[in-house]
Design a protein around this ligand. Structure first.
Ligand code: NAG
Ligand code: NAG
Length: 211
């Protein structure tokens, strides 16, 4: 019995590891859908490395699009534009690297009810374009991970530039402006607190103090 278990373990690992490590190269066009009709033509390969831009656009309503789950590296941009009610259909849960050329690495614009999933493995994002992430005119601003939610919020202006560290913590470039705002907010909060404390100590009418 024990020996059977000992034999079974390596087999189990082999089964688990081989498909994960295999590299499947795909062309970005195989993973692109520019209309609802083209969703049916998406590749059924478990692509891990994608060469070329991925376009997901002009779609309506939730779809089953498992072709993005296995993608680890994209050599090109990911462009999601003009979609509505896709929900969490688009999920790049294994994405680690985006190496774009001249366009921003990630373009997410004019989407309604998109809950884009990008796993926490995304670490290397590169583009020659001055804007790394172009995220604008989406409603509501939704991503699955809280860090990406920060990214969405900070991207309210039209041409945001973000730096992403290994864990995809993002820093907006207008850092001094944010610091100033934070300082002003801090001072105002402090003053309000002082006023409330004074009011609590001295502002009560005599009938409140009868005990
Ligand atoms: C990808 O597909 C497009 C159109 O189908 C083609 O023009 C392009 O050359 C392909 N790219 C690669 C790297 O195979
Ligand atoms: C946006 O997508 C819809 C289909 O969902 C399409 O009818 C419309 O023409 C698209 N708009 C643009 C500007 O491409």
């Amino acid at each position: 019995m024990l020996s059977k278990v000992l034999i079974a373990w390596p087999l189990l690992f082999a089964v688990l590891i081989v498909p994960i490590d295999a590299i499947v190269k795909c062309n970005g066009s195989e993973l692109s859908a520019r209309s609802d009709f083209e969703v049916g033509l998406l590749t059924e390969k478990q692509c891990t490395h994608v060469i070329g831009d991925i376009f997901i656009m002009n779609l309506n309503f939730a779809k089953r699009m498992p072709c993005y789950w296995s993608v680890r590296e994209v050599h090109g941009s990911i462009i999601i534009r003009n979609t509505s009610n896709l929900g969490d259909s688009v999920n790049f849960q294994n994405l680690r690297t985006i190496n774009a050329l001249d366009a921003p690495a990630l373009v997410i614009s004019k989407n309604y009810r998109l809950k884009l999933g990008i796993g926490a493995r995304l670490g290397h994002v590169y583009t020659r374009n001055p804007t790394t992430y172009y995220i604008a005119h989406n409603w509501p601003r939704m991503m699955t991970e809280s860090q990406h939610y920060t990214l969405y919020n900070a991207a309210a202006k039209d041409r945001p530039v973000f730096f992403a560290d290994y864990f995809f913590q993002t820093t907006p470039c207008a850092e001094t402006a944010y610091k100033t705002l934070a300082a002003i907010f801090g001072c105002v909060s402090f003053l309000v607190a002082i006023v409330l404390i004074f009011w609590a100590c001295y502002g009560r009418r005599p009938k409140d103090l009868k005990y």
